[in-house]
Design a protein around this ligand. Structure first.
Ligand code: GRG
Length: 306
């Protein structure tokens, strides 16, 4: 197992707030540089509108964290980190369209189609999706081609019918159905949310040259934080305000969506999310003090308010 964290003696106590704000700044700068506006301006402006609209940047930060943990550099992982955010952003743009969730607000701003129209929003999503793959393939430096190819393949799998798209299809088909089982709910979220989080965690490790055992451990961690992330998302849809979320709160109830709180109640949902986070942290404990960022990120997922 590769355990070559690039910092020899990490600080005894880990400051997640500083870690997150520092990584977020660097990801924002890299995203900004990744997408200059050119002709035809409308499509680039629409892509940038959503890509630069804020958000927690959790997926790129996870990718940078595992690359670092496995002894890689930030430069090796940053193009993939940006690509993950491009894919995530395009999924939000399409999810907000009238044909899907029909939302007016995202990340505290009007949704892409409200500003640019449905036609341009669809194309901006398509362009971000395809650019993500181009970006990994053309911009990754100092990484053997075979690792880059592995990341491209894993990203493709996580986004298509085996991942996000598959989860979204089952989610749409389950709307208004009061009898959705926990197995169906798990399927939806392991695919719709979990697949991209998982490839965010594993791709950084693959780029750094981690072995299969380390990648399997990180997949285990990722699947657990992915499910916990979605349980917390469902709870926040009930307990947080639209201002806190930056999007319409209470949408699941209105759309009669089956959610974890609708199956288990809020308190039990919180307990189960916490259990998953404890298990995720236990999974990466074997990496030693280099895993502090992954441990703190796991805690952040249950503690977050938006
Ligand atoms: C991927 C080809 C392709 C099409 C899109 C619409 C769709 C298919 C899938 C839906 C995916 C989706 C919207 C999943 C929800 C994921 C989720 C929990 C989003 C919120 O993530 P946060 O909290 O958001 O990380 P920020 O704004 O902080 O980035």
């Amino acid at each position: 197992m590769v355990m070559t964290h690039s910092t020899d003696s990490p600080p005894a106590s880990f400051d997640l707030k500083t870690y997150l704000s520092d990584r977020k700044l660097r990801v924002e700068a890299a995203l900004d540089a990744s997408l200059p506006v050119k002709y035809p301006e409308t499509i680039y402006e629409s892509m940038r509108y959503s890509l630069m609209a804020g958000g927690k940047r959790l997926r790129p930060i996870l990718c940078l964290a595992t690359c670092d943990l496995m002894g890689g550099t930030e430069a090796m992982a940053m193009p993939t980190a940006c690509a993950l955010e491009m894919v995530h952003t395009m999924s939000l743009i399409h999810d907000d369209l009238p044909a899907m969730d029909n939302d007016d607000y995202r990340r505290g701003k009007l949704t892409n189609h409200k500003v640019f129209g449905d036609d341009v929003a669809i194309l901006a999503g398509d362009a971000l999706l395809t650019y993500a793959f181009e970006y990994v393939a053309t911009q990754t430096r100092d990484v053997p081609a075979e690792r880059i190819l592995r990341v491209v393949a894993a990203l493709g799998r996580a986004v298509g019918a085996e991942g996000l798209v598959g989860g979204q299809v089952v989610d749409l088909a389950s709307e208004g159905n009061a009898d959705v089982t926990v197995e169906t709910l798990d399927f939806i979220h392991l695919h719709k949310t979990g697949a991209l989080l998982e490839v965010s965690v594993t791709s950084g490790a693959v780029l750094a040259g981690a072995d299969d055992a380390a990648i399997a451990t990180l997949s285990d961690y990722a699947q657990r934080i992915g499910l916990a992330f979605q349980i917390v998302d469902d709870v926040l849809d009930i307990t947080a305000t639209s201002e806190e979320l930056g999007k319409s709160a209470g949408k699941d109830l209105k759309a009669q969506k089956a959610t974890y709180p609708s199956l288990w109640g809020i308190d039990e949902s919180r307990r189960r999310a916490q259990r998953l986070i404890d298990e995720a942290k236990a999974a990466v404990d074997s990496f030693g003090s280099g895993a502090q960022p992954l441990m703190a990120l796991a805690d952040y997922i249950v503690a977050r308010t938006h």
